[in-house]
Design a binder for this molecule. Structure first.
Ligand code: PAF
Length: 284
């Protein structure tokens, strides 16, 4: 496994790979890798000839400086985790390499980034789009793999790919969970023991809500999820919205769309966790 730290070195390797006709699968990450990331790398390994993983904590997507400061970083541990996987090339650039000049691009994602994460973390998705497009320009992947835990991020990336006309297949990958249901996240390691003990209530409530939803309204289901989670110690729902899975806009009743998803953000103390559940997905 090769580790490259400069975009110039990466450009040389990518040129060689492209010249030999290799299909490049790309997994962008911010490090602090866990089984969720590894599952993306495994999937990329099955669908491409060469897997490139980037490790870069992108400052432009953090709207909260404390969150950026405490984001876990341990490159050696990440490399050890990647060693037994199909990852062949790790790109771990500096901020200067990714942003030689400040990136002043402003993306317009319509209503997709005005709700949920976009509403509570203003500027977050603009930063995600900046870094992912920059990484796409450098890595030139044929396919890129993203986890469905960041459901709204996937919608934003798909829209960015459409807007910037990238010839890249975006592959959504299933949420990977701990045995107790908690969605895997780099932020889980920041939880105290008590918060970690309570955090699985988020996923368990979402799963329970699928049953509850069968005989209750959207509003009733929102209330059920919010109250159940808020009544657990140390957990506080920031938002729970039941939305159309394509437009990400709230739906008022279960018949309004064929694709309905519940998206949630919860504070466990200072640590913000997100998760989601699909209520309905009928292929038309
Ligand atoms: O999902 C993430 O880890 C980040 O948002 C991403 C896509 C690597 C961009 O920094």
């Amino acid at each position: 496994m090769e580790v490259l730290e400069s975009s110039a070195a990466l450009a040389d390797r990518i040129r060689e790979l492209k010249a030999s006709g290799k299909i490049i699968g790309f997994v962008p990450t911010m490090g602090a890798l866990h089984e969720g990331h590894i599952s993306l790398v495994e999937e990329a390994g099955m669908q491409s000839d060469v897997v490139v993983v980037s490790i870069f904590v992108n400052p432009t997507q953090f709207n909260n400086p404390d969150d950026l400061k405490r984001y876990p970083r341990d490159l050696q541990k990440d490399l050890d985790l990647l060693k037994p996987t199909p990852c062949e090339l790790v790109f771990a650039p500096t901020v200067k390499d990714i942003y030689p000049e400040p990136d002043n691009r402003f993306f317009d994602f319509g209503l997709i980034d005005k709700v949920m994460e976009g509403f509570y973390r203003p500027g977050h998705f603009n930063g995600v789009a900046q870094v992912v497009s920059r990484l796409f320009d450098l890595v030139k992947p044929d396919k890129a793999f993203f986890g469905l835990k960041d459901f709204q991020q996937l919608a934003v990336i798909n829209d960015m790919v459409r807007q910037l006309k990238y010839d890249i297949e975006i592959v959504p990958c299933a949420i990977i969970r701990e045995p107790d249901g908690l969605a895997m996240s780099s932020r889980n390691q920041l939880l105290t023991a008590a918060q970690r003990k309570n955090a699985p209530i988020i996923a368990q409530t979402l799963f329970d809500s699928c049953n509850f939803a069968k005989s209750n309204s959207i509003n009733g289901t929102v209330e059920f999820v919010t109250q159940s989670i808020n009544s657990a110690p140390e957990l506080e729902v920031e938002y729970f919205e039941i939305v159309d899975g394509d437009t990400l806009q709230s739906v008022q009743n279960w018949e309004e769309s064929d694709y309905i998803v519940g998206c949630i953000a919860v504070f466990a103390g200072e640590i913000r966790l997100i998760d989601n559940v699909i209520y309905k997905k009928n292929m038309s």
